[in-house]
Design a protein around this ligand. Sequence first.
Ligand code: SAM
Length: 411
Amino acid sequence: MEIQANEEEVVISEPPHLHLISAFLAMEPPDVLISFARECGGGLIGEKVQSFIWNHCISKTVENGGCQQGPYLKRVLKKLIGEIESDGVVVFDELYEHYAFIMTSLKDDSFPEGNSRVVKRISFLFPDECSELSSCPKSKKLEVSLQCSVNMLEGDTGCSIWPSCLFLSEFILSFPEIFFDKSCFEVGSGVGLVGICLAHVKASSVVLSDGDLSTLSNMRLNLESNLLSTRSDVPEHDKDSSTVQCIHLPWESATENELQNFAPDIVLGADVIYDPLYLPHLVQVLTGLLKRGTSYPNHGNDPCEGCQPDFRWIRSEVQNEGSKCDTTKGEVESCSAPCVEHEDHAFERGPVAYIASVIRNMETFNYFLELTKQANLIVNDITENSQPFNLLCYAKSYQRSSIRIFSISYM
Ligand SMILES: C[S@@+](CC[C@H](N)C(=O)[O-])C[C@H]1O[C@@H](n2cnc3c(N)ncnc32)[C@H](O)[C@@H]1O
């Protein structure tokens, strides 16, 4: 049976079809696609759903020259055809033919000439009530194209998309007022997604950094393919939120002077707390970025021992908003507005860092805490009180519940 040109009448901007396309573009595992496909078809992957998958997912990838996605398409088609056949439904010829084509052109699941790069498209889906989170009020999503590696260790781990950077991106997009018009500096930026989100919410300046050179060149490529400039020769007064600076900054060789020159309002980091060897250097870098030579005005709010100055404002905002907003922000349906609102006075006390992390090894994390204590940094776990919206609800392989977010400030 062949796919008809007079296509299905489905609303592609609504779930579950929207989730199916988004999951395909983000290269979610085939099982995830199958479950959305079944949802679209009321349990079966019938004619309409097959036609939808062909028109909106597979043929578009092929048209856009997505030969890098070959091994992924092969796995998706194999699973899809198997599921349709096991349901006793007729499989469209196009699906068989394309699978046969990939089978003959791609001998195994490996990438041509050792190239393990793929392009994932991450769609942040804004719920209706939160359309103000997107810069365009009509747009319900922000789509970011990221070249990344399927080999998690490539580029000193910086060429993969790690879950904490997805979480930190959701955090930025959920609380844009924190970052708007602020100078931001990220350590260990990897593929550059956090920088793209910072530019989207119009941070006044964005500097991304990494210690690995191949990661840095991949990061630049990603920024440019998302229409951001990485030129460093732009005069300061001509820089706007579409310019993102990418710098080589190995933590072990960064000097205090060099770091203090950046003087950012906000420091960010995602999945950077994992290697005990580099933790002392990382903490030194954070201290150098957060410490200022001057003291900050104190408006009679001296923090008591154990209290975190920079984040009391977030806590009180969340509590104040309690009546109109369910604080379990992951449940976007019940939310009418972002819970955390920006207040300028929070920054009068000095810069703050937001570090998102999966704690894989408690000993390593405790070592990080010990080092921060010695460096006079105050670390506060703000995960419970400042949950971002779940903007990646289709990404079933992304386990956001395993991620913590910390605020760090200099005492
Ligand atoms: C696990 S990856 C996380 C990447 C990205 N933040 C994310 O969440 O997707 C760790 C990142 O830190 C960088 N990194 C590791 N050690 C570093 C060091 N000593 N100096 C600078 N960057 C380093 C790596 O190159 C990599 O980009």
